[in-house]
Design a protein around this ligand. Structure first.
Ligand code: C2E
Ligand code: CA
Ligand code: CA
Length: 581
């Protein structure tokens, strides 16, 4: 039998054991309790489900009897004819601490000791549970703030902290850091065509694939959208490009999502940390390298070079220049005639954006449209051209004399979805006096198909107003015939790439013939773009293509010259119509 000081010792051990967060702590405590009263059995009986993990030296059927006895709160249980004296103390959540001693009943002193121990265990478990809940809440908060919910990878915040620690010389950071900036090619396509849930599932699969590259020297994070970052503890360019290669191979594998095999590639920019780099600097360099890959060779990788910095600066300057050019009306509409192949007269004009740059002179869209698009300025540009073109065109003397060709305006995917488009079109029609039936909006195939749902309202409203829709660059995008019937399309523009092959490529001839036949059967008019030679014009006329556009028939000209062009063309037609006397 144990003495009083011994029991105090056990009590303090009980409390101490619980401050150590170890799964064996409670088991140890229970065996100390058993020792304190010379008991053979200790157990924690957990509510309805008896948990015998702390139970020592009982066979299964005996445990069953013990559980029943505790349930009934029996003070003594006979096991194989030997009395087992039981003591139990309530713990938390309906659990009971059970102490069993064969033969000898507990004295009053022992009972008091056991009660005190039970109480200590109870308090300790309560304390532990509170601590655990607090820790879990903390862990969750940290997780939520630093882990990307979709992929489970570290998020931007975690990445920046990780990079910050690696780049900070005062925190022992080494400059042996390389970074891969991964961005998917045409990722928007997944969301546009299959919907966001498929896009999300694809990103999750990418997260799993990239997670395999995570190790002691390699840190993988998701920056945003379809951008992923790999930080490598190495400044060896060979190691980095080898990793970039392996990642590209891995990401090229098709991914099966909801029964569909999705096949997308990624581009990677590689950059090495240099002294003085902050996390964002390193990210920017790798981003620039990635951007250069997208321009030259999507699906590959490139390492950062200092001249990329100049390019990025030039792009930033251009972007701010475009913003002010749009405000200061430096961007204006030029007009290219569309000619009838039957009578050679002008049937319409296409408005094309031109920038009268104060230093660089006249710029065409290839000099600025991509930067404008990246900067989200295409809607402003389209709105500007719509207003300028309608207004200039209606002011032409040739138009005011009653001759009424059609005016075609290019609109981007962003404009097609713009909720203010209809208002803008109405405004332009009212202020210029142009008739809705003489206005045509040109939309590329891809922007029409990609944004079906978001553009539907605008397309139907335009139709109601009597404004026509033309599909631009036809044949280069989806070439799905379904949408030609689905949308009120009145005109197709055969892309220049097919027209330029006429007379040389049999394939192009077949494609153009097929488009013409199909359009005729759907009652849609056709313009052939980029007609540059007499041979192309003759072939297209023979094939029955009704309208032609291209340098052979007229270059894009500014507004006054276009007015003269139209007047001349009308005079010639009138003269040709004169009866020969
Ligand atoms: P697009 O809509 O396909 O316009 C036809 C382009 O082909 C024009 O180039 C035109 O100058 C050029 N072109 C016409 N005939 C010939 C030819 O015989 N040979 C060759 N090689 N080219 C010919 P541009 O004006 O440089 O415009 C390029 C593209 O920029 C346009 O292609 C259009 O997609 C876009 N764009 C132009 N203006 C606007 C605008 O106001 N808004 C939007 N969103 N895009 C515009
Ligand atoms: Ca066009
Ligand atoms: Ca075109």
């Amino acid at each position: 039998m144990s003495s009083a000081p011994w029991s105090l010792h056990v009590l303090s051990e009980v409390l101490a054991a619980f401050t150590v967060r170890s799964p064996t702590a409670l088991r140890d405590v229970m065996s100390r309790v058993a020792e304190a009263v010379d008991a053979e059995i200790t157990a924690i009986m957990d509510g309805a489900q008896s948990d015998f993990q702390h139970c020592v030296g009982l066979e299964d059927h005996q445990k069953f009897l013990l559980a029943a006895a505790v349930e009934e709160r029996l003070p003594v249980l006979s096991l194989a004819g030997v009395p087992l004296h039981l003591y139990w103390a309530p713990l938390d959540g309906g659990a009971v601490m059970v102490v069993g001693r064969f033969r000898e009943a507990y004295s009053l002193e022992e009972r008091a000791l056991l009660r005190a121990m039970g109480r200590s265990i109870q308090l300790s478990t309560q304390m532990l549970a509170a601590l655990k809940a607090e820790q879990e809440a903390k862990d969750l908060a940290i997780r939520e703030a630093t882990i990307d919910a979709l992929t489970g990878l570290p998020n931007r915040r975690y990445l920046l902290a990780h990079l910050g620690a690696g780049l900070d010389p005062s925190s022992g950071g080494r400059l042996q850091i390389g970074l891969l900036f991964i961005d998917f090619d045409r990722f928007k396509h997944i969301n546009d065509v299959y919907g966001h849930s498929v896009g999300d599932a694809y990103l999750q699969a990418v997260g799993v694939a990239l997670g395999q590259f995570h190790d002691a020297d390699t840190f993988v994070a998701r920056l945003a959208g379809d951008e992923f970052i790999v930080v490598v503890a190495s400044a060896n360019i060979g190691i980095l490009t080898d990793l970039a290669d392996r990642i590209l191979q891995c990401l090229k594998q098709p991914v099966k999502i909801r029964g569909r095999l999705l096949h997308y590639s990624a581009s990677i920019g590689v950059a090495l940390a240099e002294p003085g780099d902050r996390p964002q600097d390193l990210l920017d360099k790798a981003d620039m390298a990635m951007y250069s890959v997208k321009q030259l060779l999507p699906g590959g990788y490139a390492c950062f070079e200092p001249n990329m910095l100049d390019q990025a600066r030039r792009k930033a300057v251009l972007e701010s220049e475009i913003r002010s050019a749009l405000l200061q009306d430096e961007v204006i509409a030029f007009f290219q005639p569309i000619i009838s192949s039957l009578h050679g007269g002008v049937v319409g004009f296409e408005a094309l954006a031109r920038w009268l740059h104060p230093r660089r002179g006249l710029l065409t869209p290839k000099d600025f449209i991509e930067v404008a698009e990246d900067a989200g300025l295409l809607r402003d540009l389209d709105a500007r051209i719509l207003r300028d073109a309608c207004c200039s065109f209606s002011g032409w003397q040739s138009v005011q004399k009653g001759f009424n060709p059609r005016l075609s305006i290019n609109i981007s995917a962003a404009t097609l979805q713009d909720p203010t488009l209809i208002e803008r079109v109405k405004e332009s029609l009212v202020s210029s006096g142009l008739k809705a039936r003489n206005l045509l909006l040109e939309v590329t195939e891809s922007s029409l198909v990609k944004n079906v749902e978001r553009a539907q309202h605008n397309i139907l409203s335009l139709k109601k107003m009597g404004v026509k829709l033309a599909v631009d660059d036809f044949g280069t995008g989806y070439s799905s015939l379904r949408y030609l019937r689905q949308f009120p399309v009145s005109m197709l523009k055969i892309d220049r790439s097919f027209v330029s092959g006429l007379g040389q490529s049999y394939d192009d001839k077949v494609i153009v013939e097929t488009i013409l036949r199909m359009a005729a059967s759907l009652g849609i008019q056709v313009v052939a773009e980029g007609v540059e030679t007499e041979e192309q014009r003759a072939i297209l006329s023979r094939m029955g293509c009704e309208f032609l556009q291209g340098y052979l028939l007229g270059h894009p000209l500014d507004s006054p010259m276009s007015d003269q062009f139209l007047a001349r063309s009308e005079r010639r037609r009138n003269w040709l119509r004169q009866p020969i006397v």
